[in-house]
Design a binder for this molecule. Structure first.
Ligand code: UFG
Length: 330
């Protein structure tokens, strides 16, 4: 049975982003009262789902001290990270400063005001090149880039702060987030766009000439990379469950989030052709640096511990919802 979140107050940092906005919408559907803190560096005004919006930076301790002193928040959810792997290699300090340094400032501010529940957006990039598939949470953490390392650093920081100061956290390691709310009122919107499904749908919608296919010589059945695509609303649902677990005093934990089924880049393109009825031109290119051949999650732990179950368990529905959103020219 789901606990109602009626009197629960949540500060959602990065609530104007892709995954943050879908989670804000669902939190409110569960009755929670949500304040969004977003600096709009990558967030979008048209994704804001709460009337309670504070425009500002998570690293601004005067601002967060003010928020925590004024309102008694039951929990913080933190989505406000930079997340482009290639950019993190070019500009690692941007990632360490924002994703790690500012998160430390935020947690200090939380502790100062006794806010001790934290749901953190982590990533499959913490694992690096997998040794076994599907990947469980016990898999060694060997990130291959500054983005993944920044997320491992925060996970370590949370574990240390949890031991020292009694903070309780859930870190959710997302695999490939995709799709959009079926209402098509919110969806994925990045500039520049680097993710496969939105790029394919831009091509389907005539807003891009061609999809560049990065690498056709991987050790996979069709030579292209295999990923585990998870619908953004199923990710949002996992945040609700994580919050409920923290409210129930279940303690800190770390969970993978994927559907447990891999699709190759070619399979994703073929499925998008089927869903959209468009041709979608493809240009085969060499490999993109740093891409593991196969990334597929075991999400058994969150299913067992928190009762999570994906509602959008197939690629066709995921792409259909994304297409409904991208059809509205963003
Ligand atoms: N791809 C293409 N052409 C494109 C874009 C992507 O062929 O134009 C390929 C990539 O090479 C990769 C697959 O499509 O094989 C998926 O690429 P995405 O960029 O959509 O996603 P990634 O798997 O690279 O990255 C995602 C998240 C990261 C996270 C990572 C975890 O976006 O934030 O999963 O490994 F770090």
């Amino acid at each position: 049975m789901r606990r109602k979140l009626d009197k629960i107050r949540v500060l959602v940092i990065g609530g104007a982003g892709y995954i943050g906005s879908h989670t804000v919408k669902l939190l409110q559907e569960h009755g929670a009262r949500v304040t969004i803190l977003d600096n709009f560096s990558t967030g979008k005004k048209f994704l804001v789902q709460s009337n309670d919006l504070v425009e500002g930076d998570l690293g601004d301790s005067r601002l967060t001290d003010g928020l925590f002193s004024k309102t008694s928040y039951d929990a913080v959810m933190h989505f406000a990270a930079f997340s482009i792997v290639g950019e993190s290699v070019q500009n690692p300090l941007k990632y360490y400063r924002n994703n790690v340094g500012k998160t430390a400032v935020l947690i200090e501010s939380m502790l100062k005001y006794g806010v001790k529940r934290f749901v953190f957006s982590s990533t499959a990039a913490v694992y690096g090149e997998p040794e076994v598939t599907p990947i469980t949470e016990e898999h060694p953490l060997r990130p291959k880039n500054p983005y993944g390392r920044s997320k491992v650093m925060v996970e370590n920081m949370l574990s240390d702060v949890s031991a020292a100061a009694g903070m309780e956290y859930v870190a959710l390691r997302y695999f490939n987030a995709a799709g959009a709310d079926p209402s098509a009122s919110i969806g994925e919107s990045h500039e520049p766009e680097t993710h496969l499904i939105p790029i394919i749908l831009q091509a389907a919608g005539g807003r891009r000439e061609v999809v560049k296919l990065f690498g056709t010589d991987y050790p996979t059945p069709d030579g292209t990379c295999i990923r585990d695509y998870i619908h953004v609303n199923d990710l949002a649902d996992a945040h609700i469950l994580a919050l409920e677990a923290l409210l129930d005093g279940k303690g800190s934990d770390v969970y993978n989030l994927g559907c447990g089924k891999g699709y190759s880049v070619r399979e994703v393109i073929d499925m998008a052709r089927k869903v959209t009825g468009k041709e979608i031109r493809v240009l085969e290119e060499k490999r993109r640096e740093g891409d593991p051949a196969v990334l597929v999650a075991s999400s058994d732990k969150i299913k067992k511990d928190l009762g999570w179950k994906p509602d959008y368990d197939n690629l066709e529905t995921i792409i259909e919802t994304a297409w409904r959103w991208h059809g509205k020219v963003r």
